[in-house]
Design a protein around this ligand. Structure first.
Ligand code: KG4
Ligand code: ZN
Length: 353
């Protein structure tokens, strides 16, 4: 009987639950986003996030079980996001996962959130084959990794300060847009005229694979002030759209350039793009075109699996389950800060350490 893994994601502001069956694929997934809860504060409020996860996890688990007709006693493992993320939010998923696994006498597998993101394109068809380069672009991370297999991740370069998603979110805020800023800014940029404003491309020509986005935020602030739209949500829509367009171009330019350099430096020809910013259409178009021209291929997760979701955790859990030896240890902790390089091939990211 092919193994079935239940996945629970609760690292930030999305509760994601999914069921994945080896050999068959994703059976069902459900997501509750807390955007409405946090939007009035302009960002995620950790305590509100934890409380909402408490309310959502079990009903969403029931929902996917009901949708698939799979009963609890057919589940072979429960995978959950162990980190990185908000401590309280992670604890909700981790404690439900471990309690459920203990009650069912099956393994509980702690998954690294970024491993979930970077393996998520493998859920799509066609999917990349190892080895590939992964561009991980989320609200908290901007990294280029070489991926040789499950758990075989080599960091090629990362941001020295803000993440790409953060650059989108902070610029969006300066333009009077809501949270999360990335999709809002991209929406506004669609009405903008390209090339009217010049913004810096930090470290574009640094010849390495490091990123830096904090200078961009300062440049956007200056531009917003100079153009007299500071704090005026409705004033001069066109100027705001033009600036949004310049911001998006600057971020996408840097990401696309560095991704190309990473492929050239590693000699690999497959790029996987993962994380929330991977939903950005301009980034997708730019990467597909420029890497395609060089004979390379770019893989993206389905749009619904770019941002946080349970499917990527159930899937990573299913892959880890295949590798995992040993017993079931239901002592657990979470890792709000957790370097992806720390996890190794044979499931050392599971259980308590
Ligand atoms: O991966 P994710 O859902 O959560 C983290 O693990 O951080 O990524 C969220 C980030 C946010 O910064 C959000 O603004 C950004 O992804 N994002 C986008 C788009 N959709 C989400 N940024 C640019 N364009 C988008 N379409
Ligand atoms: Zn994420």
């Amino acid at each position: 009987m092919p193994l079935i893994t239940l996945g629970i994601e609760s690292s930030c502001d999305e509760t994601g639950i999914a069921l994945y069956q080896a050999g068959r694929g994703l059976l069902a997934h459900a997501l509750h986003t807390q955007v409405a809860t946090h939007s009035e504060y302009g960002g995620v409020v950790p305590e509100l996030a934890s409380r909402d996860h408490v309310r959502r996890v079990i009903p969403l688990v029931r929902q996917v079980m009901h949708e698939t007709g799979v009963s609890l006693d057919r589940i072979n493992a429960v995978a959950y996001t162990r980190g990185p993320g908000l401590g309280g939010a992670l604890l909700v998923g981790a404690s439900v996962a471990n309690a459920l696994a203990y009650a069912l006498d099956i393994p509980a597998i702690g998954i690294h959130h970024l491993e979930g993101h970077l393996l998520s394109p493998l859920l799509s068809d066609p999917s990349p084959e190892f080895p590939f380069v992964a561009l991980l672009v989320s609200g908290g991370h901007t990294q280029l990794m070489r991926v040789d297999g499950i758990g075989q991740y080599t960091l090629l370069g990362e941001t020295l300060d803000d993440a790409a998603g953060e650059a989108f979110d902070k610029s969006a805020k300066l333009l009077g847009l809501g949270y999360p800023g990335g999709p809002e800014l991209a929406g506004l940029a669609a009405h903008g005229r390209s090339g009217l404003y010049k913004l810096p491309r930090p470290m574009l020509h640094s010849d390495d694979l490091e990123f830096s986005f904090s200078g961009l935020k300062t440049a956007v602030l200056t531009l917003v002030r100079q153009s007299g739209i500071d704090g005026q949500k409705t004033r001069d829509e066109q100027t705001r759209a033009d600036i949004a367009c310049a911001v998006q171009e600057a971020i996408v330019d840097v990401l696309a350039n560095k991704a190309r350099t990473a492929l050239a430096q590693t000699g690999l020809d497959q790029l996987v793009v993962a994380g929330g910013v991977g939903a950005n259409r301009l980034l997708r178009a730019r990467l597909t075109e420029s890497i395609g021209k060089r004979g390379g291929k770019v893989f993206y997760p389905d749009l619904q699996f770019c941002t946080d979701n349970g499917a990527m955790i159930a899937f990573a859990g299913a892959l880890r389950l295949k590798q995992q030896r040993g017993g079931k240890d239901y002592r657990f902790n979470v890792k709000p800060r957790w370097d992806l390089a720390e996890i190794t091939e044979i499931g050392s990211n599971s259980g308590a350490t």
